[in-house]
Ligand binder design. Sequence first.
Ligand code: GLY
Length: 473
Amino acid sequence: MSGKRVFVVDAGGRGNAIAHAFARSGAVEKVFVAPGNAGSEMIDKCRLALVQGKPPKTIREMLAFAKQERIDLTFIGPEGYLSDGIVNTFHENDLRILGPKKEAATLENSKCTTKELLKGLNVPVPPCQNFEHPDDAREYARQFFSENPGQGLVVKADGLAAGKGSIVCSTEDETISTIDRIMVNPKLFGRAGERIEIERRLDGRELMFFALSDGRTVRPLESALDYKQAFSSDESVAVRLFNKLSSNPNLNNNPNTGGMGGFSPHPWLDEELTEKIMDRIAGPTVRGFREATGHEYVGVIYFGLMISEEKEPSVLEINVRLGDPETQVILPRLETDFFDISIAMLEKRLDSIQLKWSRDYCLGICAISGRAIKPLSSGGSGERPGYPGEHYTNMPISGLDRVDPEVLVYHNGTAFSQDAAGNKKLFTTGGRVLTLVARGRSLADARTKAYDNIKRIRFNGMRYRRDIGLGYV
Ligand code: GLY
């Protein structure tokens, strides 16, 4: 029997880590990645998917590629293709693909519908209400703050907003201005903000919980503690400068990012809490969704949770995909064959699969394109606030050859290009550039190795948080 050919659709570090997990399978001969990045080509067995020299981008092009390359399994990373129905299209063409169909991807692409569904299923959610008209939303905010001084609200655009659609508000003025900016002017998230959800801000600790579902059986994945804010708590000067350069009037706002790093296993997600989340949230959501809609949820399901001081979980949001950079620190710990798991999910035999995890720790640091202090003479001038704000791209990256061989470097935003002398060189293409992942028998080992290695990588304006894992070693 010839080796299996896998197609991973993803552009970032998450996609590198997914491709790497498939490449470790003895059954897999080749992994194609689209659109991928320079890192996709640096993993054993992995290649960029190309059609006539260009990466396939539309669902139609992806389908043509999968047929032409006789792909045995396609795995979708980002939510956009899922919402647009890539799984439906592949199924119509009798191709194997892992991810929820577009009917199930509504769990991420309509926050309002999902919260209504969860309330109906008695899955715990914060007190919340949906609005289609800004007058009603403003009135709700006024009443809330008059009855609950000192509390806060979270205003959420209903649709997909590249992870930026939830805005935490502490005052009535801030909430009303947020409602207006989403629903009236400038319509921050376009049509995704035509409907909004307003929910009460809960106290507690946030937890990202990942599980696999074959539509019937739901299995938890290992989890990771992630670092969302751009700066650590001792970087107040940098926070103020960031806001000044971003023209943000709130100079002390530490901005949220897609993720600045993390580590796995999670330090306080124990067996008891996992069981509670599975029994009260993950299981009922998948079962209830099937009963309410007639559609099965197949794929990764990712719950953004708030855990109260009493260790009670509430669902803030659901995503239909893996997280980035969480995937980069979770999947390297997976010892069970990822191709076997994926096929078991498609064949509805997830109950027959035992997920085995390494006892090692993995710690990941994202190197981002921060403020460029010395713009290159060839491009760019002046200061930019850096990711998640405006940042430089097209900066040459060096030092990867000095990273220890056992340390993983997953690429988020890189490409090969020619330098001035015509040599093939690695350049930055995005705000998050690389996720460097080190493993160790203890978190302290993994942390030391990761920080020791990231220092060897360089690009103009490179920045990373210095406190990933600090306080847990
Ligand atoms: N790291 C957060 C996310 O992928 O949504």
